[in-house]
Design a protein around this ligand. Structure first.
Ligand code: GCV
Length: 668
């Protein structure tokens, strides 16, 4: 593991304007007494308040160059952390007020004080005023989780920023970097992590057992001090692999007993554990199908074992047939999760949540929103997003994901009251983490905006993408107005550019098989994974309509269904996802499909050139190392976007022999 790391958005560069430094001159709290009085407070309440104080002192030193004095009690302090009865604020909310040069953070629970402390620190660090502030913040969603796809050997599945900082040589690692990671998470409002890959590998199968008890206990305790709950991925076949049983059948009493005993022993040693995340019957993972059982049987068995210890089961809906025959046009991967889970709506125990990817395929740059949102009405749900840029440039291309996530969360399912937007349907989010042991945590420095932005958006989905971008830039890169504007333009333009020069009109998956980086138009076309575009010399796209296609479009409600079923109403950006059309089909934009492909691919590359120029303009205005690293990545992106443009354009030119109306260079 690399042992150098930076502080990302918690670097707190010194402020030139010190007007408000007095607010940070001393800090005091009443939390000690309150925590002692309140029998319900967890053992880590004191740690959270201690960390809030520690962070305030660190920020005072770095932002203002002053020592913040710790006072006994609150009366003498300029910054006051007050715990008081106020259930309006919930477990995590807080208020911040300033009057008479006293800055007061109030919360009902210690986590609120920790979040409040980071709130004021980050405001100050961005160069914003705290004088006269009156603010109340309560997170919109209870579960704001990261999923790490880290393996025990230190590798990370779809990791683009080095190796794991959780695992090395089969062991769980806990060091100063772990603590800094929890600081980063708490400062962005993230309150849960799953530490190992959903494809549970090697030693990680034993995470539920004795070999990991001690380390897991230490990790959960450290995390709890930053209001973070730790979860692990469990292997459905563990009763066989670890327990030596002959079956993992969820309805077999001996299997249920095994899980109950295993979970009870685990929680006796690791009482702060949050629960399990499970990938079952998906891409070769074991699951209930092997025993003729369904996913409710599987999830409920684990739910039953976790209930006495207050744990939860998060069960993934990414279940599809990955042994498809490309010749068979009746099987549609997009339908799979819906067909598997919809019949079980209402059949899951109370401590089971279904985790649903944002779209029906797999984190493509453009997909419709998953039809399970709005359809499931009696099942607890989480929205799964991918912060790791598997299909969006692998942290070598810049791609600010927040605008896409906002579109997804704000999508109207048209499913009726309480289930209208996706953000109303879910209890929280799970984001596949983009972190690793690279010094800057995220490989591409600008991918830091995605990690920070993910947390902020889970906390408050009504924040705008621009606002989140600006917050992050001011914390991590620069407070200089012009440079902030330039980087903001880079971030906000990046998803448009990427979508333009890669797979067109919602068709997706024109990527190199397996590593999923770079163009390969037919890479998956005759493969078993169920991701096809079916382009020939006349037509392209998949007919997913009810009348003549796979019927997938009919899984939506109201006007969504009308739009997706009807080729004349279907939004351009999703046309080829839902319909099979000739290249001469005219889009709402007025262009033909083919001309759109040519135009966007030329334009996408021009946008990347523009992003590069914008980045050059911030030289000497952002930290030098970051400038250099990002410049290199943008240079690669310039080259690689041309590769995309030329492979896609040439493919369709060869396929159609229809020239570009603009007469631009398309290779033979
Ligand atoms: C962790 C895609 C990825 C896999 C990933 C899987 C999943 O297929 O390519 O690496 O496995 O999604 O989400 O389970």
């Amino acid at each position: 593991m690399k042992n150098i790391w930076e502080q990302a958005w918690l670097s707190y560069p010194e402020l030139s304007d010190k007007t408000e430094q007095e607010l940070f001159s001393s800090v005091g709290t009443n939390a000690g007494e309150r925590i002692e009085e309140d029998k319900n407070m967890t053992g880590h309440a004191n740690d959270m308040v201690g960390h809030a104080m520690e962070e305030i002192c660190l920020a005072a030193e770095k932002l203002y160059g002053i020592t913040c004095e710790k006072k006994d009690g609150t009366e003498e302090a300029s910054l006051r952390l007050i715990l008081e009865e106020n259930d309006n604020l919930g477990e995590e909310g807080f208020t911040v007020t300033e009057a008479g040069k006293i800055l007061t953070i109030r919360a009902w629970k210690p986590a609120g004080l920790l979040y409040g402390a980071f709130y004021v620190i980050l405001c100050a660090a961005r160069g914003e005023r705290l004088t006269g502030i009156e603010k109340k913040e309560v997170p919109c969603k209870k579960l704001r989780m990261l999923n790490h796809w880290d393996n025990p050997d230190g590798s990370i599945e779809r990791g683009y920023s080095g190796n794991s900082f959780f695992f090395e040589e089969g062991k769980l690692i806990i060091n100063d970097r772990t603590k800094d990671y929890f600081r980063l998470l708490a400062s962005a409002g993230i309150n849960a992590i799953v530490i190992n890959n959903v494809n549970v590998k090697a030693e990680c199968i034993s995470l539920i057992a004795e070999p990991f008890y001690a380390k897991l206990k230490e990790l959960t305790e450290l995390a709890a001090g930053y209001a973070v709950k730790v979860y692990i991925c469990a292997d459905f076949a563990a009763p066989i692999v670890l327990g030596g049983l002959e079956t993992a059948d969820p309805l077999e009493p001996v299997v249920r007993e095994w899980w109950k005993k295993t979970v009870a022993a685990l929680y006796e040693h690791v009482p702060l554990l949050g629960g399990f995340l499970v990938k079952a019957d998906s891409e070769g993972r074991p699951g209930p199908f092997a025993y003729g059982r369904n996913h409710a049987d599987g999830a409920n068995m684990l739910g039953e074992a976790l209930e006495p210890v207050g744990g939860i089961v998060i069960w993934r809906c990414f279940v599809y047939n990955c042994e498809q025959d490309w010749r068979d046009q009746t099987v549609d991967r997009a339908r799979a999760a819906y067909d598997n889970f919809m019949p079980m709506d209402g059949a899951f125990r109370d401590n089971v949540l279904l985790q649903i990817k944002n779209g029906p395929i797999d984190f493509q740059v453009r997909e419709p929103v998953h039809p399970l949102f709005g359809s499931l009405k009696s099942t607890r749900q989480l929205l799964e997003l991918q912060i790791a840029q598997e299909y969006t440039g692998q942290q070598r291309h810049v791609f600010f994901l927040v605008p896409m996530w906002k579109e997804i969360m704000d999508f109207h399912t048209c499913a009726g009251k309480d289930f209208d937007t996706v953000k109303e349907c879910v209890e929280g989010m799970a984001g596949v983490s983009n972190t690793g042991d690279d010094p800057n945590w995220t490989g591409h420095d600008l991918a830091g905006a995605n990690l920070y932005g993910y947390g902020r958006l889970c906390w408050n989905p009504s924040l705008s993408a621009e606002q989140i971008a600006e917050e992050w830039i001011r914390l991590a890169l620069t407070r200089e107005t012009e440079a902030v504007g330039a980087v903001k333009e880079i971030l906000m333009t990046s998803p448009v550019a990427y979508e333009e020069y890669t797979a067109p009109l919602g068709v997706g998956f024109m990527v190199t098989p397996h590593d999923h980086y770079g163009p390969s138009v037919d890479g998956y076309e005759y493969d078993r994974w169920g991701t096809y575009h079916r382009a020939n010399h006349e037509k392209i796209g998949i007919d997913r309509t009810t009348a003549t296609g796979t019927g997938y479009a009919g899984l939506y409600f109201g006007e969504n269904k009308e739009k997706y079923e009807d080729v004349s109403l279907c939004p351009d950006e999703l046309l080829l996802f839902f319909h099979r059309v000739p290249y001469s089909h005219v889009l709402h934009s007025g262009e033909t499909v083919l001309q759109h492909i040519y135009n966007t691919h030329f334009h996408g590359v021009e946008l990347v050139d523009h992003l590069y120029e914008l980045w050059l303009s911030v030289e000497n205005k952002v930290p030098e190392e970051i400038f250099k690293r990002t410049k290199e990545r943008l240079e690669h992106q310039k080259m690689h976007s041309r590769e995309w443009r030329d492979q896609i354009n040439t493919y369709f030119w060869r396929m159609t022999m229809i020239p570009d109306e603009g007469g631009r260079k398309i290779y033979e």
